[in-house]
Write a protein that binds this ligand. Structure first.
Ligand SMILES: [Zn+2]
Length: 568
């Protein structure tokens, strides 16, 4: 058994104090490991850089000697000790869906960042005593008695975030006897009636598809920010969502709230229960290389949105908007011709989730979601609507997750091909593992349900006119993307170049607004690392987009299969 006491004295400094106590079990040395990454984000994060002080003591409070073995592994000499107490602090000043944060209003911890396991003793029970202000409430999926939390084993501890504050708002709903909790931290006014109705609908649809839910109870933890934010992190029994601004999440940004929640709930099956064999079990000390990120995030991105449509929470326009967003992200990324989604997922461990070198790779989110859309439609075609991608996921759940096994990339491919035949095999070869243009295949797949792709001009004017995308960064207008062979590229302008002036005028406000007035030719003053130059660019049509539209000539059969597709 491991006892943890968590406290703090000066919340504005953002340091949380931890005291870790355990028996030595007669061992002459003990090793304490902090994670190097967290499940849900497949890149190294090296959380131990947030530790400022670290010390170990025996049962009489005498210091024990220790040394670091790796960047996040401590070894303590416990030769003459029966009990060990490790005392350390952790800098908690990062607010996102998978981080730790402390201030005068809340204590928010993701234990995978800041709590240790004893090497060789990962299965032990953890008891957490929280020394927090009296009026604070605790939101957690761990077993709770007063200010004490209990959880069995490090794996579950790592996936059990904690929010403590005096301003938590709590609601719950039930589906098939399972209680789903909604916790909101941060300024906002949850519309409980609306939330209960929509969450019940998409939750029920997902549970029906899989024929059961992997856990007995589930928690949504919303960290609501006063600024614009949007992302989530999945765990076995809960999810954390970062959303904002708080005054928009029930209205203007409600579709985003639903989108991210349906996505994270789907992960309860796909990645938490249905897990790649390479992560059975997790190795927290180093990279866990796997090539099926396109299953974990591609299927989940596609299905998360599909289940909102399937359950009637989204209408057609709202659903097809999500598919158009995936397509737009795909078409504005020339990395699609350089690295497949399978290889790009593997490489998250190399350069993470950021843009990285220009047009280097694709994304396991939108690009992989488009692959899954194509596979889904081809399975429907091949089986006359008897089966779909749901059948694949259900088989993975029944044959792997429920039998306690991980699946390999071949397992996933083989099940898809079993249902979808040759066309699906080609999607794997050409698009999931290859870098062939998706569009011809996508067009053919969409014919199954009578949907066409229509050309659309890019609404971002610098992208449309010149083939570049620029963003404001520290007060500077910096180019982030350039379409290869566009007028921008041909005139020697590249990502990370800075735009100083447009037709001799300083860039103030939005670039798109300034471009609205422009016709035929624009002169940009561009600052590079060692030079500055005025460069005239002729207006053209770049970063062209496509969008999904229902065909006016759809046949009876296509109309029937479109219904099967969304209601299957
Ligand atoms: Zn996800």
């Amino acid at each position: 058994m491991i006892n943890y006491t968590i406290s703090y004295n000066h919340p504005h400094r953002h340091f949380v104090d931890f005291e870790f106590t355990s028996k030595t079990n007669g061992k002459s040395t003990m090793q304490f490991q902090l994670a190097a990454w967290r499940p849900g984000r497949y890149e190294l994060a090296d959380f131990s850089q947030n530790i400022q002080k670290w010390g170990a003591f025996d049962e009489n409070n005498n210091p024990l000697s220790f040394k670091k073995i790796t960047k996040d592994l401590w070894e303590v000499d416990t030769e003459h000790a029966t009990k060990i107490t490790v005392v350390y602090n952790f800098y908690a000043n990062q607010i996102d869906a998978g981080s730790c944060y402390l201030d005068e209003h809340q204590l928010y911890l993701n234990p995978v960042h800041c709590m240790f396991y004893i090497v060789g003793r990962m299965e032990e029970e953890y008891i957490l005593n929280l020394d927090i202000p009296e009026n604070y409430e605790i939101a957690s999926s761990m077993e709770k008695t007063g200010n004490t939390l209990k959880v069995k084993g490090y794996d579950l501890l790592a996936e059990s975030p904690i929010i403590c504050s005096d301003s938590l708002q709590h609601g719950s709903f039930e589906v098939d006897g399972i209680t789903f909790h909604l916790w909101f931290q941060g300024e906002c006014n949850p519309d409980w009636k609306k939330l209960n109705k929509d969450f019940t609908a998409f939750t029920k649809s997902q549970i029906d598809k899989f024929g059961g839910f992997p856990v007995e109870e589930y928690h949504y933890f919303f960290q609501v920010t006063p600024y614009r934010s949007y992302h989530g992190v999945e765990h076995t029994k809960n999810t954390v969502l970062l959303l904002g601004p708080g005054n928009e999440i029930m209205e203007k940004r409600y579709e985003d709230l639903l989108g991210v929640c349906s996505h994270e709930l789907y992960h309860t099956w796909n990645i938490k229960a249905i897990r790649p064999v390479e992560m059975y079990p997790y190795d927290y000390t180093k990279e866990n290389y796997f090539r099926t990120g396109f299953v974990a995030e591609g299927v989940t991105t596609y299905m998360g949105d599909m289940m909102l449509y399937n359950s009637g929470v989204f209408n057609w326009d709202e659903f097809i908007k999500t598919q158009n967003q995936n397509l737009e992200r795909h078409l504005t990324n020339y990395g699609r011709f350089n690295l497949s989604v399978a290889d790009s997922g593997f490489d998250n461990w190399l350069d993470g989730y950021k843009l990285g070198s220009p047009d280097r790779k694709t994304s396991i989110y939108p690009d992989a979601a488009l692959c899954m859309l194509m596979a889904d439609l081809e399975i429907i075609r091949n089986t006359d609507g008897e089966d779909s991608l749901h059948s694949v996921m259900k088989e993975l759940y029944d044959e792997f997750a429920l039998k306690g096994k991980g699946y390999s990339e071949d397992d996933f491919r083989n099940i898809c091909v079993k249902f979808g035949g040759l066309k699906v095999a080609e999607i794997f070869e050409n698009h999931i593992y290859g870098t062939q243009d998706y569009i011809p295949t996508l067009k053919t797949s969409l014919e199954v349900v009578g949907i066409e792709l229509k050309e659309k001009k890019n609404p971002n004017l610098s992208a449309q006119y010149f083939g570049f995308v620029a963003v404001k960064e520290n007060g500077k207008m910096v180019i982030k993307k350039v379409e290869p062979n566009s007028v921008t590229d041909k005139n020697g302008i590249a990502p990370e170049d800075e735009i100083i002036k447009l037709n001799g005028k300083k860039i103030e406000g939005k670039l798109s607004e300034m471009l609205k007035e422009c016709k035929e030719k624009v002169t940009f003053t561009i600052k590079k690392k060692f030079s500055e130059k005025a460069i005239p660019l002729a207006i053209g049509n770049y970063y062209r987009l496509l969008e999904f539209v229902i065909s006016e000539k759809a046949t009876e059969e296509q109309i029937v299969l479109k219904k099967v597709w969304s209601n299957n």
